[in-house]
Ligand binder design. Sequence first.
Ligand code: GAR
Length: 200
Amino acid sequence: MSTHKTRLAIFCSGSGSNFQAIFHSLKKKQLNAEIVLCLSNRSQCGAIEFARQNGIATVHLTEKQFDSLDDFAAAMLECIRKQSIDIILLAGYMRKLPDNVVAAFQDKIINIHPALLPKFGGQGMYGIYVHTAVLEAGETESGATVHLVNEEYDKGKILMQRHVPVLPDDTSEILAARVLECEHKLYPDALEKFLAGQQS
Ligand code: GAR
């Protein structure tokens, strides 16, 4: 058993409720891992606020701050390396990661997607759009997927999935809330299992 405490970075764009669920679960279960960096493409959002309140380093990084995607990727890698990050967690991060970053952290980047991949994944499938597509397709169940990130949108190896029902009166918002509740248990569980595999 390794004594090194796994250093996690979490990338978010929004409210950060998955971030909070993971943060609390790591503490409660006393896992040998901690979130030491929160990176966001938005300077103000729930995730950044939560990180600040909990003494976690924050970085605001967007493509717009750089002349090229290569420079953006280099800056992102520098932030990650400065903090000696072992694993990156995407939790509501609404941007595609630069390929260099994915290549540098092969099998060390995890994402949560609010549907049962491989269905309802890919470019443009994020947030509320996913739930609208699920309803429009007449699905009777949806759920969430935790998966490894590779260069293709939502195509990496699936680590864990959980199902929720789609009910007759669901709107996209109602379904989103049901899936999100499921995510708050799923992501910490999947991470715990993943860490156990890494640390054994
Ligand atoms: C979550 O539902 C997450 O699965 C989704 O954004 C929401 C973020 O909520 N992510 C995607 O759609 C990525 N393709 P949160 O900021 O409260 O964790």
